[in-house]
Design a protein around this ligand. Structure first.
Ligand SMILES: [Zn+2]
Ligand SMILES: [Zn+2]
Length: 343
């Protein structure tokens, strides 16, 4: 929430105009739920309160999350509003509730995670298609997440906890990504997030992974990867701050990094699944300039970033939770993916 009254009313008008122009309908229940999640991470809440405000609503995709910016007509301060489409947040939740319900074993033997998941049955494949199809139509059936599938007795409690937390962190990472776009207009915050460096390494990643992409695409992707890693920095900061009970700093960092990778997996996998469904045809058009880099590049660069933020430990793979969640997701090779030959 902006601090000054003039900026608050400017933000209100900015959002109302956006909502009217795009046919956004309110989703008060989910907005409340998201704000409650944010309040569990005081550092994230602080950043949001200092720089912007958050709204959630029903809007047809692909505009699933965005940042609205203007300058206050009275005090000329930068005013921004983060809008997150609830179909995206709800779909992320429904998809990972479904994925989590396949887990049959999740226990630690020493420091090693023993993990097993079964194959989805026909009904579960249909459920997956239904979630994706509801998303592409900008509607989510009201009963979508009333009964979590993960609460089935076959699912170990550990798995339920990890997946539920990963879902929450994934949703918050999406908010943090949009927050980062607000911060891209401001230099001051860069010194706040002391770990932030220049963009040189993003250029390196693009040169290495995608030497052939055109200038427009490269420019878009650089902005998005920049927002991604800043979101990862913010979420790591928020998680690290929240785990005050762990006194050992190395262990605290490793725990935060592990959890964050779970959240990254949810965000990347949900965005990937839903983008494939929505822009699947568009990407084939000549001259198409993708706004976002491919999800696997986003996953890779953000997991690397997480490893950079926390000192690595030899016996624990930071990306372990994330890889497991991504692995379950891959069991759903679906009709729309096969038809469009997109993987
Ligand atoms: Zn103002
Ligand atoms: Zn973005």
């Amino acid at each position: 929430m902006h601090r000054k009254e003039c900026c608050r009313s400017c933000a209100g008008q900015l959002y109302d105009a956006f909502a009217a122009a795009n046919g956004v309908r309110p989703d008060a229940a989910f907005e409340e739920k998201l704000l409650a999640s944010i309040s569990r991470y005081p550092r994230l809440e602080e950043y949001l309160e200092q720089w912007t405000e958050v709204r959630v609503g029903l809007m047809p995709p692909p505009n699933s999350a965005t940042i609205l910016k203007t300058s206050c007509p009275i005090c000329e301060a930068l005013v921004s509003v983060i809008f997150v489409g609830s179909p995206l947040l709800r779909a992320a939740e429904s998809l990972f509730d479904l994925f989590g319900s396949l887990v049959t074993r999740w226990e630690y033997v020493g420091s090693q995670l023993m993990f097993e998941a079964r194959k989805p049955d026909e009904g579960e494949m249909q459920r997956f298609e239904a979630i994706v199809s509801e998303y592409t139509h900008g509607e989510i059936a009201s009963d979508s997440f009333s009964t979590p599938r993960m609460s089935a007795p076959s699912v170990p409690q550990n798995a339920r906890d990890v997946v539920a937390r990963s879902i929450e962190l994934g949703q918050l990472w999406i908010v943090a990504h949009e927050l980062s776009h607000a911060l891209q207009s401001s230099v001051a915050i860069y010194t706040d997030l002391g770990s932030w460096r220049d963009r040189g390494w993003i250029e390196d990643i693009l040169n290495y992974e995608f030497p052939g992409v055109g200038e427009d695409t490269r420019a878009n992707w650089a902005i998005e990867l920049d927002a991604d890693v800043k979101a990862t920095d913010i979420m790591f900061d928020a998680l690290f701050d929240r785990m005050k009970t762990i006194e050992n700093h190395t262990m605290r960092g490793e725990t935060a990094a592990g959890m964050l990778c779970g959240g990254l997996a949810v965000a990347m996998e949900a965005i990937y699944r839903l983008e494939v469904a929505v822009i699947g045809e568009e990407v084939r058009h000549e001259g198409y300039v993708p706004e976002h880099p491919p999800s696997h590049l986003r996953w890779k660069s953000n997991v690397e970033r997480t490893g950079f933020l926390s000192r690595p430990r030899k016996d624990v793979d930071l990306a372990c939770f994330g890889s497991i969640l991504g692995g379950i997701s891959q069991r759903f090779r679906t009709r729309h993916q096969e038809e469009r030959k997109l993987y």
